[in-house]
Write a protein that binds this ligand. Structure first.
Ligand SMILES: [Zn+2]
Length: 348
């Protein structure tokens, strides 16, 4: 595996250098609004860029263009070095092929390509486009793999915690919230096979679990918690109630949450209730206001990036920017948004 990972990394030695923000030593994470899909862009101090998922296809290239706009005009990239696919649903790999053609992607990472996907009648066509874009050379990740990104002064790494329904060994301290996991019916969809990855930059930790669903979340953190605690948690599966098992969410105990929901997708009341229970939570951000839910149940208006309907939405992003030493980070909505500063916590 290691040899293959190294082979996967080799082309990325010729990394593109981020320049819009200057090479300021910070790790930047952009949560790009793709109307209820997911597209998260990390730019490391070494200038390496990592895009996790790529939003929906179609819609006149809406999500492709939003991703390129952030990558080129905000982050100052000239291409994507690493593109991950968390799982094989269209709101997560809808634009990998289009981005490879229009902007450039150096290395592709995924959980492995299944023969078929019963929940997607168009899977054959979609996956053919992906395979072509990757030249049949995407790198397959499994639970426990380290993705070997480059570090500058502060160590930067990523570890795969779950992939293809497998999770890392259940070591670590006892999870005090383990009894909050009540198993549900088995989820046969590809959501349950999502990649879950924890990124570390010095002491700062960011957890992104794609659309991982309830039972696998429970399996990951019961009875012990091998994940530890995190600073920023990307609310799983757009905030849908089939994910965000409290046994996981409360155990990782984030300071800040970011939910990549749409106006009518995700942001479920039960998920929001779980988020409100997090002991160390200071602020929760949403990419969208959930128009179907009472405002009082959601993040306060100043923490919601977009409030209009999809038809008129400007696609405002949320950004986390981690200080050079990893000891603090800021959160901001769009270029003009207020900058809020948080201290990286001491992780146990
Ligand atoms: Zn999704």
């Amino acid at each position: 595996m290691l040899r293959r990972l190294v082979a996967c990394l080799l082309p990325a030695v010729l990394i593109s250098v981020a320049c819009a923000d200057g090479n300021d030593g910070r790790l930047d994470i952009y949560f790009i609004d793709v109307e209820g899909g997911a597209a998260t862009l990390l730019v490391s101090p070494a200038g390496e860029s990592i895009l996790i998922d790529s939003g929906y296809p179609d819609n006149h290239g809406r999500d492709r263009d939003r991703i390129i706009d952030v990558a080129r005009n905000v982050a100052g990239l000239s291409r994507i070095d690493h593109a991950l696919v968390s799982h094989w649903h269209r709101d997560h790999y809808g634009n990998h092929a289009a981005l490879a053609a229009a902007f450039g992607i150096e290395t592709f990472w995924d959980r492995g390509i299944p023969e078929m996907l019963s929940e997607d009648a168009q899977f054959e066509d979609r996956i053919a486009a992906y395979r072509a874009a990757t030249q049949n050379a995407s790198c397959k990740l499994k639970a426990g793999d380290q993705i070997p990104f480059q570090s500058a002064d502060t160590p930067f790494s990523a570890r795969v915690l779950a992939a293809s329904r497998q999770v890392v060994p259940n070591d670590g301290p006892v999870n005090p919230y383990a009894d909050r996991h009540t198993p549900r019916d088995v989820d046969p969809t590809d959501n349950a096979a999502s990649l879950a990855v924890v990124f570390e930059f010095g002491n700062f930790r960011f957890l992104c679990c794609g659309d991982l669903t309830w039972n696998v979340e429970g399996q990951l953190v019961t009875p012990n918690n091998p994940v530890g605690t995190v600073d920023v948690y990307m609310v799983t599966h757009h905030g849908l109630p089939t994910s965000n098992n409290p046994a996981l969410v409360l155990a990782v105990d984030p300071t800040v949450t970011v939910m990549c929901n749409g106006p009518t997708k995700g942001g479920a009341e039960s998920t929001l209730r779980t988020l409100h229970e997090i002991k160390s939570l200071q602020d929760m951000y949403q990419l969208h206001q959930n128009v179907k839910l009472d405002a009082g149940a959601q993040a306060p208006p100043e923490f919601i990036a977009n409030t209009s309907s999809t038809a008129t939405c400007q696609g405002q992003w949320v950004k986390a920017s981690v200080a050079k030493d990893g000891r603090s980070y800021t959160m901001q909505i769009g270029r003009e948004g207020r900058v809020r500063t948080y201290q990286t916590r001491v992780h146990n």
